[in-house]
Each structure stands twice: as structure tokens, then as C-alpha cells.
Write a protein that binds this ligand. Structure first.
Ligand code: SRM
Ligand code: SF4
Length: 551
């Protein structure tokens, strides 16, 4: 493709001197809280986004003042794991340098919002002391690698979980820019050291996402990812992985060329070496064939549909030098978190706490943030994040369970988890306002109050005990994966949402738009009607999503 037709970001990447850009100069500019425009693209590869407080945009504009610029930073946590010491560090850094709220994301990691420019470097340095980094958590590159969260799911969880780390390492960029800019490491003399055969100097056409699922739980929403690996386990032995390609959810209102797509399973791979090779070469195909002119059509899903699944599989086999076997059989039966206490086959204990929309803070209901700090200080539990924005206090020895339980009770975390309704525990919302620049409507700030109005409707129809997966996003990018929910709300304008229904509760079917741009009154009316019909007409044991899909 001629370079003239390429999107401007392509040039920024190539001219960024291996992701250095002019970040150092931007940081040194004391006149503004922002960084230079090109650096705003480059800094994403280092795990950060420039944002501004959208609640205060108008007021600032009226006063002819600059926007209040801040930065969001996202950690790289393959499989979503932190030691108690790392949680304490994250807690302290959040308090000192950001808004104080720790946000657990839908991709199993944490974000801090509200960092001012001069705080970015101290934040990264403090994370580094805790052996944490934010490399490649954003940008046109492989992002945080997901893995089924709950060690109780399978005796081979640890073995599968290790792949998240291996894949993350394999697909890291070779540039030393992050270490140089943020950690003051010496500039490398020999540029050959950072030659990057995978990303070259152009990186990928777009972001790239990988998830590993351990059936029967699809808690990672494996088919929403560019690459999905499904662990095939028989008699407690990991036999290998089914490989799915081309999942992705984002759409753009009014652009019919964009669509959500579930990953297509193209084969089974039976060894670690071959799995890593196949994953790597899927990225090289996307690097070479992905759309670099229209970023709206640049994800792997569009490449797969452009070249065709059969061609893609053949090209992959050519690059990896072996044939993929036919996909192996397995079954997904669920994708929710298992709240409360559970033990695994080795006698270790796990407490899954409900954290509404992943926001860790103290409020009038529970002192969640304080409780988690107290648990971390005992050193008796690890921290694992789920793709449903919740937290598992994990790997707790039987003799330590009471200590952890006492803390959780004292700060009302158990009451919070046990007291939340099913619909609330099965819900997710994305960040949206006030920090997300792309938000058209509220999501995490609005969803809790909407649920309070939906709960009585479910009770009225005798459905309060149903597991219904409901998700909301402030725009069609789909960050809380609303297109694979049984009920999805996708923001179209302030206070207005498209209502989607008909996804299944295992994450294996996309839903459809049922009604467009509804306000709250009409959302509640439609749901009341749908719940009533479901109660009356459902067939034996039918779930809401399956019922709604047939409408
Ligand atoms: Fe997302 C952009 C938040 C998961 C699809 N997403 C954004 C940005 C960074 C806005 C921006 O570009 O400036 C949002 C920052 C808001 C803020 O203030 O924090 C944002 N996305 C999130 C998070 C934090 C939502 C949450 O509440 O948890 C999730 C962070 C995940 C992580 O830890 O890496 C998050 N984003 C997702 C997912 C879900 C997933 O990956 O499983 C999707 C849909 C799946 C997919 O990628 O197809 C998703 N986010 C997008 C897109 C659309 C990408 C596309 O293919 O077009 C954008 C916009 C973009 O990239 O241009 C976006
Ligand atoms: Fe922002 Fe839209 Fe993602 Fe929500 S779905 S966080 S509004 S980009």
C-alpha cells in the first residue's frame, strides 16, 4: 500500500525512534499539562492515555482556560495477578499520585486515573520498584493477556495460567524506550539491540488482544479477542489449545462497515512450542495484511474476513511450518465469577469479592479499599483480578482463612458481596464519563442506579434468582463487552442507549439491537415487558438470552 494512503498514526509510529517520540520534551514543557499531539499516540505504547476532566470542560471553556489534563495509566498483568506487596504498592501509588480509586478493568488489570504530567515518571518508578510495568498495555501492539481467573476451575490452572506470562513476554516490543524515558536507564549505544523482527518499526495496524479460557468457564469472553486459546484438558492433563482468531467487538454508530465478530476456531495445537509459534505468526500475518489506512477497519477481524478463514489458516500453516489439527471438543457452560469462599483441589482458599464496576474505594456501604489493604498487610493472600471486574483473594492457607475473613467482615466486604442482587453481580459497565474522551453517555456512574430500578422489575416477575448477564457502555466501542451480554446497553447520547438483547450466557453468541436510543423511562418499560413475556412464555429452564434471541 502506498504510504500516502496510510493513516497518520502509521507515520507517527515509524518516525517515533522506537517509541521515544518527543516524550522527554513534552514532559519538560511546563506551560501546559498536556503533551504534544504525536506523543499522545506514542505514550499509549507505554501504557498511558492523556485525558481531561469532561465534567469541567464547559466551565473551563467559558473561562477561556485550558482543559484540566491528566493521564490514565494501565498495568501489564498477564492473567491479572498481584502479590500482596504489589497490592500495597498500588494502593500507595494510587493515594499519592492519582484520584485514589483503583479501577479493575474488563481485561483483568488495574488503571489509575487523574495523574498530572509531573507525576507520571514517579508513578512508573514506584511501580517498577514493585516489579510492575505498564509496557504495551495500550497502543497498536499486543495488550494484557487474559487467562481464566479462578484457580479452583482446574487442577492444571497454574500450568495454563503460565501461558499468559509466556505469551506476554514473547510479544513484548524490543525497544528500550520505556526504560530510558521513565526509569532513567542509559541510552543504548547499539540500535541493533532493539531491532524488532515482530513489530519492525511499524508495529501492528491496530491494538491486539489475546485471551486463554479454561472450559467450562468462559469468564475471559475468549471469542471477543483477536486470538482466543481454549485449553483442552482431559483427565486433568493439558492436551493443548484450540486456536480461535478474529474476535473483536467495537462498532461505530452509523458506519455499516464496522461490526462485532466472534473469533473463529481454526484448529488445535498440541505443544507449548507450537502454540507460541502459532500465536506469534498470527500477529505477523496481521502485521503484513491488516488495514493501515482506515483505523476503523484495522483489527484482525476485518483482515480475517478480507482474506477468508481458509486462506488465513493456510498462510498460518505456511509460516509456522506445521498443520493445525481439527479443533478439539469441549464445552462452555458459564462465564460468571464464583462469589464467596471456595477451596481448590490443593486445599487452598479463595474469596471472590464483588466490586461494582471494578471501582476499589471506601464508601458508605463498605470500606473495600481499606479492607484490601489490611488483607494485603497480613501477607496471607494474593490478588487476582477477573475479567468481570471483580477480585479474588487467593491462595490462602486453611489456617489463615479466619484472619482474612475477619477483616472482610469488619469492613463489610462480605455483606457487600452477599447482599448484592444477582443482576448486579452479573453486570458490568465501562468507565465512560468523566474521563473517557470517547464517551457519548454515562456508564459506570449510571449503571448502579439503573440496576436499582431494574431489581424491582425482576422481583415483580419472580425472576430475581435468574442469572442474567447485563452490560453497559458509554459508546459503541464495547469496552464492557455489551454485544455478548444477554442485555446490552450501548450509549448513543447523554441519557440514551441502544438496547441489545439475545446474547447467550456463555459468551458464544452476539446479541442484536432490539430498540434504539432509549431513555431511562423507555428502558424500564421495555425490560418490564420483556421480563413479563419471559416469565410467561419461557420453555423449561430456558435462559433469558436464549428466550430473547428467539423474539
Ligand atoms: Fe476500551 C478505547 C477503557 C476494554 C474496545 N477503552 C478505550 C479508552 C482508552 C478511550 C480512549 O481510546 O481514549 C477507554 C479509557 C477510559 C478511561 O477513562 O479509563 C477504554 N477499555 C477500557 C476499560 C478500562 C473499560 C473498563 O471499564 O474496564 C477496559 C480496559 C481493558 C484493559 O485493561 O486493557 C477496556 N475496550 C475494552 C474491550 C473489552 C475487551 O477487550 O475484552 C473492548 C472491546 C473488545 C475489542 O477490542 O474489540 C474495548 N476501547 C475499545 C475500543 C474499540 C477498538 C476497536 O476495535 O475499534 C476503543 C477505541 C479505540 O481503540 O480507538 C477503546
Ligand atoms: Fe469509553 Fe466507549 Fe470504552 Fe466506554 S465503551 S470506556 S465510553 S471508549
Amino acid at each position: 500500500m502506498s504510504e500516502n494512503n496510510q493513516s497518520p498514526i502509521e507515520k507517527v509510529k515509524k518516525q517515533s525512534d522506537a517509541l521515544r517520540g518527543s516524550i522527554v520534551e513534552s514532559l519538560g514543557d511546563e506551560i501546559t499539562g498536556a503533551i504534544r499531539e504525536d506523543d499522545q499516540a506514542v505514550i499509549k505504547f507505554h501504557g498511558m492515555y492523556q485525558q481531561d476532566d469532561r465534567d469541567r470542560r464547559e466551565e473551563r471553556a467559558e473561562k477561556k482556560l485550558d482543559r484540566i489534563y491528566t493521564f490514565m495509566i494501565r498495568l501489564r498483568l498477564p492473567g491479572g495477578f498481584l502479590t500482596p506487596q504489589q497490592w500495597i504498592a498500588t494502593h500507595d501509588i494510587a493515594g499519592e499520585n492519582s484520584t485514589g480509586v483503583i479501577k479493575i478493568t474488563t481485561r483483568q488489570t488495574v488503571q489509575l486515573h487523574g495523574l498530572i504530567k509531573s507525576n507520571i515518571k514517579p508513578t512508573i518508578q514506584a511501580f517498577s520498584e514493585a516489579k510492575l510495568d505498564s509496557i504495551a498495555t495500550c497502543g497498536d501492539i499486543n495488550r494484557n493477556v487474559l487467562c481464566s481467573s479462578h484457580p479452583k476451575e482446574s487442577p492444571v490452572h497454574e500450568q495454563v495460567f503460565a501461558y499468559a506470562d509466556k505469551i506476554s513476554e514473547l510479544l513484548m516490543p524490543k525497544t528500550k524506550a520505556y526504560y530510558e524515558i521513565w526509569l532513567d536507564e542509559e541510552k543504548i549505544a547499539d540500535k541493533k539491540e532493539e531491532e524488532d523482527p515482530l513489530y519492525e518499526n511499524r508495529y501492528l495496524p491496530r491494538k491486539f488482544k489475546i485471551a486463554i479460557a479454561i472450559p467450562p468457564n468462559n469468564d475471559v469472553d475468549v471469542f471477543a479477542n483477536d486470538i482466543g486459546l481454549i485449553a483442552i484438558i482431559k483427565k486433568n492433563q493439558l492436551l493443548g489449545f484450540n486456536l480461535a482468531i478474529g474476535g473483536g467487538l467495537s462498532t461505530t454508530h452509523g458506519n455499516p462497515d464496522t461490526y462485532a465478530r466472534l473469533g473463529t476456531e481454526i484448529g488445535f495445537i498440541d505443544s507449548e512450542e507450537k502454540t507460541l509459534k502459532a500465536v506469534y505468526e498470527v500477529l505477523t500475518i496481521q502485521r503484513d495484511y491488516g488495514n493501515r489506512s482506515d483505523r476503523k477497519l484495522a483489527r484482525l477481524k476485518y483482515t480475517v474476513d478480507k482474506v477468508g478463514v481458509a486462506w488465513f489458516r493456510e498462510e498460518l500453516e505456511r509460516r509456522i511450518g506445521f498443520k493445525l489439527q481439527e479443533p478439539a471438543a469441549y464445552e462452555f457452560t458459564q462465564r460468571t465469577d464464583h462469589y464467596g469462599w471456595q477451596a481448590n483441589d490443593k486445599g487452598l482458599w479463595y474469596y471472590t469479592a464483588f466490586i461494582e464496576n471494578g471501582r476499589v474505594l471506601d464508601d458508605e456501604t463498605a470500606a473495600l479499599k481499606t479492607a484490601l489493604l489490611e488483607v494485603a498487610k497480613t501477607g496471607k493472600a494474593n490478588f487476582r483480578f477477573t475479567c468481570n471486574q471483580n477480585l479474588i483473594l487467593s491462595d490462602i492457607k486453611a489456617k489463615d482463612k479466619d484472619t482474612v475473613n475477619t477483616i472482610l467482615e469488619k469492613f463489610h466486604v462480605i455483606k457487600l458481596t452477599e447482599g448484592a442482587s444477582r443482576i448486579r453481580k452479573n453486570a458490568m459497565a465501562c468507565v465512560a464519563l468523566n474521563t473517557c474522551p470517547l464517551a457519548l453517555a454515562e456508564a459506570q456512574r449510571y449503571m448502579p442506579s439503573l440496576i436499582t430500578k431494574i431489581e424491582p422489575l425482576l422481583e415483580k416477575h419472580g425472576l430475581a434468582n435468574e442469572d442474567i448477564i447485563m452490560r453497559m457502555t458509554g459508546c459503541p466501542n464495547g469496552c464492557a463487552r455489551p454485544y455478548i451480554a444477554e442485555i446490552g446497553f450501548v450509549g448513543t447520547a447523554l441519557g440514551k442507549y441502544n438496547l441489545h438483547i439475545g446474547g447467550d450466557n456463555k459468551g458464544t453468541r452476539l446479541n442484536k439491537i432490539y430498540k434504539e436510543s432509549l431513555d431511562e423511562e423507555h428502558i424500564l418499560m421495555e425490560l418490564d415487558h420483556l421480563f413479563g413475556a419471559f416469565k410467561k412464555e419461557r420453555k423449561n429452564g430456558q435462559q433469558f438470552g436464549d428466550f430473547a434471541n428467539a423474539l
